[in-house]
Ligand binder design. Structure first.
Ligand code: BG6
Length: 466
């Protein structure tokens, strides 16, 4: 049985309800399941079903119609809950469990704003709902080290760590999972995956959207907390980890946590904070706001594998393109014997491995090849693997779908552990204590100009096409 807190919110509408319907339709939910929506305000079961239908119609990949929809809608019910009155939720859970029969396991998904985590955990503890349960906690998990520690303590007072699933939907993406396969299932890549062959790494997640009316959330959060700690550093953990001894949750998370431990504290002089022009005019935004809508940062992982290899991270709203790209720039060969053709520029990575992890995702090896003709001249060449053209693309699950399924199965591999997230806040402390001032950038651009100095002598690889 799934209980979705924040069931009338944005995340539930865009990702969770469409994702659950997709899992149901694919036959990946248990034979007998129920989904109880919950929020502070009351809805009837039918109102919640209508809300879910609209959400699936607008944001889902599949039409909410036919027998599949009727079965899914029948499994939905609603029970409001506030700390002073959780009774409607208790009634809805009791009815749902009776309908399933036996003692079904409970999965609570806390799709609520960060300030709602502790009160919701309180409800689960006080009412006894927390027994025989797992809990998915949304992000951002805390806003700094003390708040993350406090939240972990609150959670651990009720749940054992083995029941806790801190979600980052980027880690559920097929292409991010494929980093493990690429690195550890092949003899080709892992031998060069280190400081001897890689000069620098970029993890670049520009977005074209603005804050989409989320001023209340965004003003308090900003891009560093919303994207860097939550998503980009997690992806970095996968790119930089040592080979785990198995893919089991403990071994995998031991390795990502080791990466976070090896990370140097963030140096504010290696960070550019930007704010798109016009952000302060958005409804709900403070006219003097210092909240960043853009971050570019240089991160160092001080390990035998990565010492001296900078990791450049960039993410922001209202930028020129939506992309989710990891680029591993390879070192030049020791001796350059070849003339470069007119089309090879320094700005495109002629020697790099590129992983585009936006769904459906692709991986490309960029290299130099001889241009046909009488002279020995080189041009840029690419070998690309595209998920969209390979395998059976319709089997791909979106990040949330994959992760909700994993949480139901009790597999914590792709979820952040308490010590991992605390370490990320620890390395973030110098930046959070003394953030550089926000620099303006034009909507549709690639961020403030100073990001070029930040990455020099390397180059930002995006935009990679005119
Ligand atoms: C969310 C952030 O976690 O991820 C958003 O809160 C961001 O600000 C989004 O836009 C990006 O995710 P996706 O699914 O578009 O890759």
């Amino acid at each position: 049985m799934i209980v979705m807190f924040g069931a009338t919110g944005d995340l539930a509408k865009r990702k969770l309800l469409p994702g659950l319907f997709r899992l149901a339709k694919a036959g990946l939910l248990p034979a007998r399941y129920r989904i109880v929506g919950s929020a502070r305000s009351a809805l009837t079961d039918d109102e919640f079903r209508r809300h879910a239908k609209d959400a699936v119609a607008e944001f889902g990949q599949m039409e909410p119609s036919g027998e599949a929809w009727r079965e899914f809608a029948d499994a939905l019910s609603f029970g409001a809950a506030v700390p002073t009155n959780p009774q409607p939720l208790l009634d809805a859970v009791a009815a749902a469990e009776k309908a399933i029969g036996g003692h079904p396991r409970r999965l609570f998904h806390l799709a609520v704003p960060p300030q709602g985590f502790a009160p919701t955990i309180g409800i689960l503890g006080d009412t006894g709902l927390a027994s025989n349960a797992r809990v998915i906690i949304e992000k951002p998990f805390g806003t700094d080290l003390p708040s993350a520690r406090a939240l972990n303590e609150t959670i651990h007072a009720i749940f054992d760590e083995s029941q806790v699933f801190r979600i980052d939907h980027f880690l559920g993406k097929e292409s991010v999972g494929n980093i493990l396969a690429l690195r550890f299932a092949n003899g080709l890549f892992e031998p060069i995956w280190n400081r001897d062959h890689i000069s620098h790494v970029q993890i670049d997640v520009p977005e074209t959207i603005g804050i989409e009316g989320r001023a209340g959330f965004f003003e308090k959060t900003g891009t560093f907390r919303d994207m860097i700690v939550t998503h980009l550093l997690q992806v970095l953990g996968f790119v930089a980890m040592e080979p785990p001894t198995s893919l089991a949750a403990k071994q995998l998370r031991d390795e990502t946590t080791k990466v976070f431990e090896a990370m140097s504290p963030l140096d504010a002089t290696h960070v550019v904070r930007g704010q798109y022009s016009g952000y302060r005019d958005e409804p709900g935004v403070d006219p003097g706001s210092q909240t960043e809508t853009f971050i570019a940062a240089r991160v160092e992982v001080d390990s035998w594998r990565w010492s001296g290899v900078p990791f450049y991270l960039r993410s922001g709203k209202s930028l020129g393109q939506r992309r989710q790209v990891i680029t591993l720039g390879l070192k030049q060969p020791a001796l350059r014997m070849f003339a470069l053709g007119p089309d090879t520029t320094n700005a495109t990575p002629s020697n790099a491995l590129v992983i585009d992890f936006d769904d459906p995702g692709w991986i490309a090896a960029r290299f130099l090849a001889k241009e046909p003709g009488a002279t020995m001249r080189l041009g840029d060449a690419t070998m690309t693997f595209r998920y969209a053209d390979s395998f059976c693309a319709r089997h791909a699950l979106a990040g949330y779908e994959r992760l909700i399924l994993d949480a139901m199965l009790g597999d914590q591999s792709l979820f952040t552990r308490a010590d991992g997230i605390e370490r990320l806040w620890e390395v973030s402390a110098p930046l959070l204590q003394a953030p550089p001032p926000v620099e303006p950038y034009a909507p549709g651009s690639w961020g403030p100009d100073s990001i070029r100095q930040l990455i020099s002598p390397h180059h930002w690889y995006l935009p990679d096409s005119p």
